[in-house]
Design a binder for this molecule. Structure first.
Ligand code: GLC
Ligand code: CA
Length: 558
């Protein structure tokens, strides 16, 4: 084993509050469990399956949006922040879900989408009916177009989903009129966060859900709210990710310093409630030092660590990203977070089956380079064991506990992610990670619902991933997760600190409390010390007890 690293002690930050070490499970409501058999998952479906989280051993759930919405972007286009879409149930179903979760000791985090509303929101309808320069338009980002007839968009920004970031409206008198900004779909007009009315409204939305008992908010596109005042041209293709070096100019639409004032206001409000309610930033901001600004003591509690999610599967890359992440959050006294999959990226069981160094694909379809499924799952299991041994808080995405791969043979006609159309059919988008998950191998829709309806088709190969084929089966991915989560709790890994033992070209190894963790990325088998007690392994070890390629082990040194 290569032990050339300087031993380094890094901690997970303060250790008193639940969220500093929580494992938080992301529910994508439309694909989790369907109670009424219409093919779309719903809140009663989730409530009926809450015991799954207790059995798995997570601390909290985060639900992607379930608010009334035309579903132009799967609910990330919110038409009413104070209600539940009939697709998913009623407000009473949300209350029941929260109460039943709390009765099981689970916390509930809901999604908040402040960067934009739906174009069906009453505010936007009013803005379209009102005149240029009106207070109604001032809640959004309306501008006159360029050129003699105003026929050109106000600047060169493009939408994250492809195409221009501006759409021209027809004025109430029937003439072509102003343009409005949408960093995402045209059905998602960006709000104007310089407007006090917008700020007041969102404080009200926070109160509404805090009063209903939620334990926190995952804040969508948290780095996008404030735009550079001059809306300067950017001349670069749009990406949701902002920056890569501290001193580089930042894109005028992302990570502007003004966003932090918003989160300070929100934090004050949350702190006035009992029970440690939290804010989690979805901020695609790099490097880690810039991201850490979102989790300063008077701002948010956590931020997703997308630098970790996107890091290459090599020992040096993993060592570097873990070290940098811990240093950056330590500097502001916040816990680090870790995540490998979510509803916006190719599932890690498939992503890691692509050749190392492949740029992160936006969906995989028929005709695209296909991952090696067995290799992907082997690495995914090793990556998960590495992640769950790290100090801090970890996020899981529904289905990863089953080792679920991306659905890579979805017919293009059924795709629903706006990315597919808006990119001119060049990017498949995110549907492949959003397919309803399998619970029972032999039931209709694999137990997703009582019928075989499923808003995206499930592939026939998914029977083997069903929960009932894995429960109590030694070596299954589900049991791998359960054991890992139990050991993580028993050994206090989430609140521990990390002491590096090795960071070579092929191996990373560290100690966290009484647990030693080792991942072998290389072809040469690595021995575990003779008297060590093996606690967990991402794959069976051979008789000589060595750790093979793409395997993580947890052991207790003698
Ligand atoms: C976030 C969400 C993503 C959504 C986008 C626009 O990145 O995770 O699903 O499309 O924001 O709201
Ligand atoms: Ca349903």
């Amino acid at each position: 084993m290569n032990t050339d690293a300087t031993p380094q002690q890094q901690s997970a930050g303060p250790t008193t509050a639940w969220w500093t070490e929580a494992v938080i499970y992301q529910i994508y409501p439309r694909s989790f469990a369907d109670a009424n058999g219409d093919g779309i998952g719903d809140l009663p479906g989730i409530t009926a399956r809450l015991d799954h989280f207790v059995e798995l051993g997570v601390d909290a759930v985060w639900l992607s949006p379930f608010y009334p919405s035309p579903q132009a972007d799967a609910g990330y286009d919110v038409a009413d922040y104070h209600d539940v879409d009939p697709l998913f149930g009623r407000l009473g179903d949300a209350d029941r879900l929260i109460a039943e979760a709390h009765a099981r000791g689970l916390r509930v985090i809901v999604d908040l989408v402040p960067n934009h509303t739906s174009s069906a929101h009453r505010w936007f309808t009013a803005a379209l009916a009102a005149a240029p320069g009106s207070p109604e338009r001032a809640r959004y980002v309306f501008r006159d177009g360029l050129g003699p007839d105003g026929g050109q968009p106000p600047n060169d920004w493009t939408s994250v989903f492809g195409g221009p970031a501006w759409t021209r409206v027809t004025e109430p008198d029937g003439r072509p009129g102003q343009w409005y900004l949408h960093l995402f779909d045209p059905g998602q007009p960006d709000l104007n966060w310089d407007n006090p009315e917008v700020r007041a409204e969102f404080l009200d939305v926070l109160r509404f859900w805090l009063d209903r008992g939620v334990d926190g908010f995952r804040v969508d596109v948290a780095h996008g709210l404030i735009k550079q005042a001059d809306l300067a041209n950017w001349q670069e293709p749009q990406e949701i990710l902002s920056g890569s070096e501290v001193d580089k100019p930042r894109p005028p639409m992302w990570d502007q310093d003004g966003v932090h004032e918003v989160y300070r206001d929100w934090r004050r409000l949350l702190d006035s409630y009992d029970g440690q309610r939290i804010l989690v930033a979805e901020a695609w901001v790099e490097p880690a030092e810039r991201l850490a600004r979102y989790v300063r003591p008077d701002e948010m509690h956590q931020a997703f660590n997308f630098e970790y999610l996107t890091a290459s599967w090599t020992a040096p890359a993993q060592y570097a990203v873990i070290t940098r992440s811990l240093e950056a959050t330590d500097a502001v006294g916040a816990p680090t977070t870790w995540v490998l999959s979510n509803h916006d990226v190719v599932r890690h069981a498939s992503r890691l089956g692509l050749p190392v160094g492949t740029p992160r694909p936006n969906g995989i379809g028929v005709g695209d380079p296909q991952p090696d499924a067995a290799l992907g799952l082997r690495r995914a299991r090793a990556a998960t064991l590495l992640m769950l041994a790290l100090p801090g808080s970890a996020y899981l995405y529904q289905g990863e506990e089953l080792g679920l791969p991306e659905h890579m043979t979805l017919p293009d006609e059924v795709r629903q992610d706006p990315t597919w159309e808006r990119s001119g059919h060049t990017e498949r988008g995110r549907d492949g990670c959003r397919v309803p998950i399998p619970w029972e191998a032999d039931a209709p829709s694999y137990g997703f619902g009582p019928t075989d309806a499923s808003w995206l088709p499930q592939p026939p190969s998914w029977a083997e991933y069903a929960l009932d084929r894995q429960r109590d089966v030694p070596g299954s991915t589900y049991e791998l997760y359960r054991t890992a989560l139990r050991l993580r709790r028993e050994h206090g890994l989430g609140r521990g600190s990390l002491y590096w033992l090795a960071s070579g070209d092929e191996v990373v190894s560290f100690r966290n409390g009484d647990v030693t963790v080792l991942t072998n990325f290389g072809a040469t088998p690595v021995p575990v010390p003779a008297e060590a007690e093996l606690l967990h392994a991402s794959a069976p070890l051979p008789d000589d007890g060595t750790v093979g390629q793409d395997v993580t082990v947890w052991y207790r040194a003698a």
